[in-house]
Write a protein of this length. Structure first.
Length: 364
């Protein structure tokens, strides 16, 4: 069935616009092939929005976000803020605010390992092979959103870590449902030996687990999970965790997939779904046509599948990415010493390759 959807593109900062160009191009190609009507608008967020309006999330961006059916997002951030912690208005505030305003409490981060990239990781291929993990990172609570304070003499600071039962319940249910449709294994990661928020987390997850007796549930401390993830990543199926732990663990897990440049994510909950790479704005390579567009392209695939329920279309996109990799094409971040120079592509050439393979599938 042909669908009509309004998609908001928020390129953001740094390499954001270079990569979302390709996520969008892939969506346009899919729309053309399947007769869907996707219309696109764009909006500012992050450093570029601060420069233009003084606000990292201008009202107009939020309005457009609420009115659209899905959002394709690039990245936010700029080195000038990282080097000056005293700056009060910061690009990341835009991202945190839009997550909160849209009620996007569940961040799904699939660790999708393409066999062709087994040797792009710094981990041993025999440890990695067969890994398939789906992270559920809580996204609108935790220390990210707790009260922040600083003493008048500036010598003391505090970030409150807090969770309410309902915040744990709703993401836990989503994660258990996903586990049911996968290998029926869920690992909940916390620090219940130290943190009261984690003890609440564990209590609630244990309760929700009773609703899903067919799912094998395990609880693991974050320090142990960080270790197990690189020791034996295959043991994980669905991993459920809090905001901060999930932020850290998924960057670690990106090395299983070879590079941060490969991982896409979907943030869902109450409002418009938000689809983005897990990587940042990478100012060191911005504007140089070096960034890996595959995470944005795979974010577009997640939009098709999770946002619009278009599984077949999503699989086509993933297959086109797979084909580009099978043909040996690599961006710098996933190349290694044995990659022939003529196979190392810039952002645009890699995006073109994926588009080419998408078109070939239709004509095949
Ligand atoms: C992410 C990012 C963000 C986060 C930053 C940019 C605020 O690291 O999406 O993982 O910490 O959530
Ligand atoms: Mg992060």
């Amino acid at each position: 069935m042909a669908l009509k959807k309004n998609i908001l593109v928020i390129p953001g900062d740094g390499i954001g616009s270079e990569v979302t160009t390709w996520g969008k191009a892939v969506l346009e190609q899919i729309a053309a092939d399947y007769g869907h009507e996707f219309s696109f608008d764009d909006a500012l967020m992050g450093h570029v929005a601060i420069e233009a309006t003084g606000n990292p999330l201008p009202d107009i961006t939020l309005d457009k976000a609420r009115q659209s059916d899905a959002i394709l997002f690039g990245a936010v951030g700029h080195a000038m803020y990282d080097n000056d912690p005293s700056l009060k208005v910061r690009p990341e505030q835009g991202l945190l605010k839009i997550r909160k305003e849209l009620g996007l409490y569940a961040n799904l981060r699939p660790i999708l390992l393409f066999d062709e990239l087994l040797d792009a990781s710094s981990l041993k291929p025999e440890i990695l092979k067969g890994t398939d993990i789906l992270f559920f990172r809580e996204l609108t609570g935790d220390v990210y959103f707790g009260e922040k304070s600083r003493s008048d003499d500036r010598n003391w600071a505090s970030d409150l870590m807090n969770y309410h039962r309902y915040e744990v319940e709703r993401i836990a249910r989503k994660a258990f449902q996903a586990a049911q449709a996968r290998q029926k294994k869920l690992c909940s990661v916390d620090k219940a030996n130290v943190l009261e928020t984690s003890r609440l987390w564990r209590e609630v997850v244990q309760e929700i687990a009773k609703e899903f007796p067919d799912v094998e549930t395990e609880h693991m401390f974050i320090d142990n999970a960080a270790m197990q993830l690189v020791k034996n990543p295959r043991k994980f199926d669905v991993v459920l965790t809090a905001n901060l732990f999930g932020d850290i663990l998924t960057d670690e897990a990106s090395q299983i997939a070879g590079s941060m440049g490969m991982l896409a994510s979907a943030s869902i909950g109450e409002g418009t779904g938000f689809f983005e790479p897990i990587h940042g704005s990478a100012h060191d390579i911005a504007g140089q046509n070096k960034a890996n567009p595959l995470a944005s392209i795979l974010s577009a695939a997640l939009m098709l599948e999770i946002g619009f329920g278009l599984k077949e279309e999503a699989d086509r996109v993933t297959a086109a990415v797979d084909e580009a990799l099978k043909q040996g094409f690599r961006t710098g971040d996933i190349a290694n010493d044995s990659t022939p120079a003529d196979k190392i592509l810039g952002t645009d050439a890699m995006g073109q390759k994926v588009l080419e393979y998408l078109k070939q599938q239709v004509n095949a």
